[in-house]
Design a protein. Structure first.
Length: 239
């Protein structure tokens, strides 16, 4: 029962957190003057056209009615349509989300690899300069704003490694002929490595602390003392 109660409570808090977040999103955009239609800037946007758009978006209703419509659309996965292209917003978001997921995944892999290596080193060399350097380095990168670190990477690392500093692909790729799948993969990886490395450097300090703590606890176990007593090498013991 305790396990069930815990799961129910966590689900309740998760639902409450999401509800508060979407409610704040609704309130903030309606607390400012104007609305989505009044922000349109086009010569063809007559008053009749704007009134029609307000009616289509439900902006002619009360705030409470707008709020329930907003919640209902979110529950059905309907994010509305773009006022400029008339295309569903969800379809316009998919391409950026797909690119972002790949970049974040690569950055997470980099952070885990760096975190495990520095965490194990810090635990095995506890109290030495290796331990202090790993800890302070990890905490230093973890405290850096990603935007500021990304700017430093663009200014000082991109040119040194020959990496592109913007875009997601080379605009000239495939102009002179069909590019192979490998060429496309390498091109995407080159454009992705710099932002992914920025994410990895910011996050690896957290993994360093976790791995170091777990490693120190494990090094005190009886089977580790037995391994040392048997004369196993340091590498075998750490592994």
């Amino acid at each position: 029962m305790r396990g069930t109660d815990y799961v129910v409570k966590r689900l309740f808090f998760a639902f409450a957190t999401v509800l508060v977040a979407v409610t704040l999103n609704f309130v903030l955009f309606r607390a400012i003057s104007g609305d989505a239609v009044s922000a349109l800037r086009c010569r063809q946007c007559t008053q009749q056209f704007k009134d029609y758009q307000r009616k289509q978006l439900g902006l002619d209703k009360s705030k409470w009615e707008q709020y329930w419509i907003y919640l209902g659309d979110l529950a059905h996965g309907d994010l509305g349509r773009s006022l400029r292209t008339e295309e569903p917003v969800s379809s316009a978001l998919w391409e950026p989300i797909k690119n972002t997921l790949a970049m974040v995944t690569l950055g997470t892999v980099i952070s885990i690899i760096l975190g495990v290596i520095t965490g194990v080193t810090a635990a095995w060399r506890r109290g030495t300069w290796s331990d202090k350097g790993a800890l302070w380095g990890g905490l230093g990168f973890y405290s850096m704003p990603p935007q500021w670190l990304g700017l430093l990477m663009v200014l000082f690392v991109a040119g040194w490694l020959g990496l592109p500093t913007s875009g997601i692909k080379d605009p000239t790729l495939g102009i002179l002929g069909d590019a192979s799948g490998w060429d496309v993969f390498v091109d995407r990886l080159q454009h992705m490595i710099l932002p992914a490395l920025t994410i990895g450097l910011v996050l690896f300090g957290e993994y360093t602390l976790i791995v170091r703590s777990a490693m120190l606890e494990t090094l005190g176990e009886d089977y580790v003392l037995t391994a040392r007593a048997k004369g196993l090498s340091n590498w075998a013991t750490v592994w």
